[in-house]
Write a protein that binds this ligand. Structure first.
Ligand SMILES: Cc1cc2nc3c(=O)[nH]c(=O)nc-3n(C[C@H](O)[C@H](O)[C@H](O)COP(=O)(O)OP(=O)(O)OC[C@H]3O[C@@H](n4cnc5c(N)ncnc54)[C@H](O)[C@@H]3O)c2cc1C
Length: 424
């Protein structure tokens, strides 16, 4: 694959990944004197912070995914290409794609992160993680089919195993998933199923460290654990998973029988970073310079979840959307400066807060000097997430669906699932 237009003399900027970092970089380069190619293996931008609502049937996939082409429709200097980058040749300034290759004058690598099973890759099919729409739909399918099977099951011990869900990892994703599962099992089972006793539904959240939401300041981890316990989640900290089998999770000699096991324990940078030939950190991320460039390559930058950037407090910046968005904007400016032969500027993160929800009307949030929990934190969470969704239609629909689900306790048509036998 060659440059997008052979007669175009403008410098060619290639952005890999249309997630938060890549998309905001592309938007900032719209209308600037460069030709931009935005490459992604999917044709949509995905609002990952609301993925678990799709996994637990509170939202539909189309509510949180928007085609990249439509977002960038009014940016004629930006071309969106569907393709997977297999390797990067930093010296030759070329990318090898699943089909063909493409050259660049400046590169922005924004390929995000995947999951790490800490050397236990064989656990992946047994304990899926939540990263894409496909994952969310697979998790939804497994949970709903387990409940359908439980409705038919007469044996008490089997039924209990079918109704047990284990979430491994007590970070924000694990906490959010466990909270939402507890809600579904208590409310949906109680209202829509006849033979299942809701008291038998069991949601277990396992965390190897001493507390959940370890990245949040006190008293929020304890508040989150208390809120989870209140809605029926068994929170077990200091527990290390040693084995996952098709119907159980093992903690040393202890077995928890469970049909649904979900992984929310580890992340690692997109595998394409391994082809760069530069040193990476333990999570496969590229330690970048202060201007976000890859060491030794002033024309190549890495942003968002693929990069390791030390904040002003000496700690690595977290893998969250605001970091990727702010880096996307700064990297666009640095690309232009580099192409003009001007000095680039250092990236500085403005931390406006972090939050995690715990079920229907509870959350924890750090906003500036304030630490919020319960309903006020949940309202703050709802406002921030809905306002950050791409597109007015999505914002409006999601808000409306949420309001309806809130007053009616219904997830309605979204509880439909596919074949009745689970694929293991
Ligand atoms: C379930 C979940 C919940 C989250 N909740 C929150 C939250 O509440 N708040 C928050 O701030 N953050 C949250 N995050 C984290 C946040 O989504 C990420 O930090 C953010 O998406 C990082 O942006 P990015 O641009 O680096 O990568 P991404 O948004 O992951 O985008 C990467 C893009 O690159 C593409 N790509 C990857 N490899 C290739 C390749 N080889 N070739 C072509 N394309 C490729 C992918 O398809 C993807 O579109 C959550 C993440 C998950 C998974």
């Amino acid at each position: 694959m060659g440059p997008v237009s052979r007669h175009d003399e403008r410098p060619h900027v290639v952005i890999v990944g249309g997630g938060f970092g890549g998309l905001y970089a592309a938007r900032a380069l719209a209308g600037r004197p460069v030709r931009v190619t935005l490459l992604d293996r999917r044709n949509h931008h995905l609002f990952q912070p609301l993925l678990y609502q799709v996994a637990t049937a509170a939202l539909n996939p189309s509510d949180i995914a928007t085609p990249l082409r439509s977002i960038l429709r009014r940016a004629p200097n930006v071309t969106v290409l569907l393709g997977e980058v297999e390797s990067v040749d930093l010296t030759g300034r070329r990318l090898a794609l699943d089909e063909g290759e493409i050259g660049y004058d400046a590169l922005v690598l924004a390929a995000g992160a995947g999951n790490s099973y800490f050397g236990h890759d064989d656990w992946e099919p047994l304990a899926p993680s939540l990263k894409s729409l496909e994952d969310a739909l697979e998790i939804r399918r497994r949970v709903l089919l387990a409940y359908e099977d439980a409705e038919r099951e007469r044996d008490g011990a089997e039924q209990r195993a079918l109704l047990t869900s284990v979430v491994i990892g007590g970070g924000p994703t694990g906490v959010e998933l466990a909270g939402a599962l507890a809600e579904i099992s208590r409310e949906t089972i109680a209202r829509d199923f006849r033979r299942i006793d809701p008291a038998k539904a069991r949601i277990v959240l396992l965390e190897a460290g001493p507390r959940v939401l370890a990245g949040f300041p006190d008293p929020l981890p304890a508040r989150a654990a208390a809120a989870l316990t209140r809605i029926g989640v068994e929170v077990r900290t200091g527990t290390l998973v040693t084995r996952v089998t098709p119907d159980a999770v093992w903690l040393g000699g202890e077995q928890i029988r469970a049909r649904t096991v979900l992984w929310a324990a580890g992340v690692s940078a997109a595998p394409v970073t391994r082809t760069l030939g530069v040193p990476l950190d333990r999570a496969g991320r590229v330690p970048v310079e202060r201007d976000l460039s890859i060491p030794g390559h002033h024309e190549a930058f890495a942003i968002g979840d693929v990069c390791a950037f030390t904040g002003e407090d000496g700690r690595p910046l977290p893998g969250v959307a605001p970091v990727a968005i702010q880096q996307g904007r700064v990297v666009a400016d640095n690309v232009l400066r580099h192409l003009r032969g001007e000095p680039t500027r250092a990236f500085r993160y403005r931390d406006r807060g972090t939050m995690a929800t715990i079920g229907r009307a509870a959350a924890v949030a750090v906003v500036g000097p304030f630490r919020l929990w319960g309903l006020p934190a949940w309202l703050a969470w709802l406002f921030v997430h809905i306002m950050s969704l791409i597109g007015f239609r999505n914002r409006f629909l999601v808000l409306f669906q949420w309001a309806w689900a809130y007053v009616s306790w219904q997830r309605g048509a979204r509880l439909i699932t596919g074949p009745w036998r689970p694929k293991r």
